[in-house]
Write a protein that binds this ligand. Sequence first.
Ligand SMILES: [Mn+2]
Length: 365
Amino acid sequence: MRSNLSGMRARRKLRDVSDRKRRELVERALDLGLPAARSINDRDISLFSRSLDPMFAGINTFLKSPYVENVRDIGRYDVAFVGAPFDMGTTYRAGARFGPQAVRRISALYDSYSPDLGMDLLEEITIGDAGDIFVIPANIEKTIDQIELGVGHILDAGAFPVIVGGDHSIGLPDATALAKHVDGRLGIIHFDRHIDTAVTTMDERMHTTHWSHATKLPNVPPSNLVQIGIGGWIGNHAGVHVADELDTTVISMFDVDELGIDRAMEIALEIAWRDADAVYLSFDIDVIDPGYAPGTGTPEPGGMTPREALRAVRTVAREGLIGMDVVEIAPPYDVADTTSQLGARVIMDTLATLVEHGHLGRPPG
Ligand SMILES: [Mn+2]
């Protein structure tokens, strides 16, 4: 019994974990950052912080990964973290343009070593931070074009895209770029309190409309769109009618309550993957209850707990993904960084599970 505990199994796995890349980072920091003062006994510490420590120091990229200033080089990395800081698609309060920077900043708290999953992400994959796509704040359609081209560039280069919004209107260019990259059908697993299937809102394609347009793409049929966590009393009116016409699959929070998260995700995976060649994960942070994730534009009480949400994305990642986005993190309304922290965790748990199940990372050697 004791040896079957997940914590014990993970601990055994970690006995063999490499620290090669961690050592390389220390050597590099000592080289670039100069040797520490004579009173410092630990000679792995440098004079200027140039690596992972201290967590609160440094100029942050996602998980303090390399900043890929020349974006032509992004294909050298397994994973590309990219910001899409656009929030003029919001219909209530804006602020998600600061999402990518907030996720980068709080991600420095993490050092990639997981006693839950029994791995060190740093040793398993390479992550490059591609910086942000140049969005056009006053023009949503031009922004859609920019993001579609930017995500397409990352996919063509061969890196797994992790796109951080921005509001959820970036879901349309994300889906379009991914769909062009798939030879066959693309399924979408969409976590959200809101259904996001209106055609227009206030006469434009806002953050309430992306899936009604994405499902018009020839290889993104609405039958492969699964929407999880939907419910509440905000902004669903127009979208529900369209979702009904399109016949997307809606798994409400009531369903999650009734079925439990594991069964709900089993249904979601079956539908998203039916005759599909790839699946894309689109995670709106407002699916997590605002008691845990207040930093978002249209908070809706009654959402998932962080434990449910993280378990759900790990379940999705087991089957493999072609890309992911995390949207609607609005730091101006956050409290103690909890919302951006959850955003970082959704990304890390997804990436680690993709690695664990052989969907990401190159075999060593
Ligand atoms: Mn939402």
